[in-house]
Write a protein that binds this ligand. Structure first.
Ligand code: ZN
Ligand code: MN
Length: 487
């Protein structure tokens, strides 16, 4: 567990699969779930003499990511060979980028709602951003599956574009690390660069983590953590590893630089290999690929930069007059934000639409285990329903019933459902009669209202609602009761 006597420094290397049609250095399709080794060619199989060619779409998406995160893109970038031997990479080097990557610097903002729910109340530094070292582009390797006595390899994944985002060690807790991953994912999904789902392996992260006593300025020896398959596993693994490292330091055992793996079933980290020295990958420029001049691509990318989550939040606050919190909830998911905007556009009360989405729609989706993409209710139907409430045609509790009905009968219109359920507003003569009756029967509260106590009217309104069997509109009844008593 974290201790007040120690400081924690965490840096992340995040590999992101880009949403491209074809692979990084050949024309093979990028698709998942195909029969093994069907999406291959001499280049991505690493056969001798096969030559790579560049995927412009992957370069563009990486530069776009850099632009959104405030990175610099060098005018000339180049490709380097990272040499090492492994069966999932038969040409014995990975094409990557060393000293001239596509993006340098930049930062990832930590969004409030990206922290774990239970940690959102006490965020140490709201608005913190984590500096990036670089973002480079490289190729993925094949996928090995280990069986009892043999291993199979599938090259469908080999050569797919992989963007690596490297941060400075500025994260100070497991909760901040969760916020970093969630914020980054949100931005990548927003810009359409990747689906960035950790559970599907579209976003994979290695965590570098060190502890040091408070007051010590140089960082402690870092441990690299691998095999983290979900955001929640990242949080558990870092909590465990901080406790383990502090235990070692307290016991006087020096931390040795090493790679550890997280065992989620056992809930602890395990030593994989010691790093005697930094790997010598003997990087050198790939003689098969030319350098890339980025000026033209950069100009093209800058022409259509997508709106970022925090920009959308600010726009929602002013355009729809909703709170910062509500805007943040709606903007936390691009599909949800789009859904809300299309409902708000069709309604006279966008603020009420926001309340309905946050309080009712999300709960209903949750209860049915649905995402917004699969929401059976259309934005137009919600807009219509909200306007029925606003114009006093249906009461709030009736609207909730109509809303639940809509989920199971998506084609129907809220006004028709209201009619079918007998939610026609009672005619005002009928309601007026009930109001008179209630006023006559309750001289006590009526006296209080007459003396200026508006709250006493709530009781009378409640009585009217009860007698009208919910058909009356509480807002209108309140007005009627007050007008009747005070003349
Ligand atoms: Zn290929
Ligand atoms: Mn890498």
């Amino acid at each position: 567990m974290a201790s007040p006597d120690y400081l924690v420094s965490i840096g992340l290397e995040v590999h992101v699969q880009l949403k491209t049609e074809s692979k990084m250095f050949c024309g093979c399709a990028v698709r998942y779930g195909e029969p093994p080794n069907t999406l291959t060619c001499p280049t991505c199989l690493g056969l001798p003499g096969a030559l790579p060619k560049l995927n412009a779409g992957a370069i563009e998406r990486t530069i776009l990511t850099g632009q959104l995160l405030g990175c610099e893109t060098p005018e000339i970038v180049k490709w380097d060979r990272k040499n090492y031997f492994y069966p999932d990479m038969p040409k014995n080097y990975q094409i990557s980028q060393f000293d001239l990557p596509l993006c340098l610097g930049g930062a990832v903002p930590l969004y409030e709602l990206a922290y774990p729910k239970d940690a959102q109340k006490d965020i140490a530094r709201p608005g913190k951003a984590i500096a990036l070292t670089r973002i480079h582009l490289e190729e993925d390797v094949a996928k090995s599956t280990h069986h009892a006595t043999f291993t199979t390899i599938d090259f469908n994944r080999a050569g797919t574009p992989l963007m690596e985002i490297v941060s400075e060690p500025e994260l100070e807790s497991p909760e901040e690390t969760v916020a970093y991953l969630n914020s980054l994912r949100q931005i990548l999904v927003y810009s359409g660069v990747s689906d960035a789902d950790m559970e599907k392996g579209q976003m994979r992260c290695d965590v570098n983590i060190s502890v040091r006593p408070k007051g010590q300025s140089e960082l402690g020896t870092k441990i690299e953590l691998k095999n983290l398959n979900s955001v929640s596993a990242v949080r558990r693994a870092i909590h465990y590893e901080i406790g383990r490292q502090i235990g070692e330091v307290e016991a006087g055992r020096p931390i040795r630089q090493a790679t550890w793996r997280w065992n989620d079933e056992v809930g602890q980290t395990e030593l994989m290999r010691l790093k005697e020295d930094a790997h010598d990958y003997r990087y050198f420029p790939d003689p098969d690929l030319l350098t890339v001049r980025t000026t033209g691509i950069l100009a093209r990318v800058r022409e259509h930069l997508p709106e970022l989550p925090h920009e959308k939040v600010a726009r929602f606050e002013t355009a729809y007059q909703i709170t910062h919190y509500d805007a943040s909830v709606l903007a936390s998911d691009r599909a949800l934000a789009d859904w809300y905007e299309s409902a708000a556009a069709g309604s006279s009360a966008p603020k009420k639409v926001a309340n309905w989405v946050i309080n009712n729609l999300l709960a209903e989706l949750n209860g049915r285990d649905l995402t917004i993409d699969l929401c059976p209710v259309t934005p137009a139907a919600l807009a219509e329903l909200v306007d029925l409430v606003e114009s006093g045609k249906v009461a709030n509790n009736q609207a909730k019933e109509i809303f639940a009905h809509l989920f199971d009968h998506p084609g129907e219109s809220p006004a028709e459902i209201a009619k079918a359920k007998g939610f026609e507003p009672a005619d005002s003569g009928e309601i007026e009669a009930i109001v008179d009756e209630v006023i006559a029967a309750n001289p006590g509260p009526v006296g209080e209202v007459r003396d200026g106590n508006d709250k006493a009217a709530n009781f009378l309104v409640g009585q009217v609602m009860k007698q009208s069997k919910g058909k009356a509109n509480p807002k209108q009844v309140t007005e009627m009761v007050l007008a009747r008593i005070r003349g």
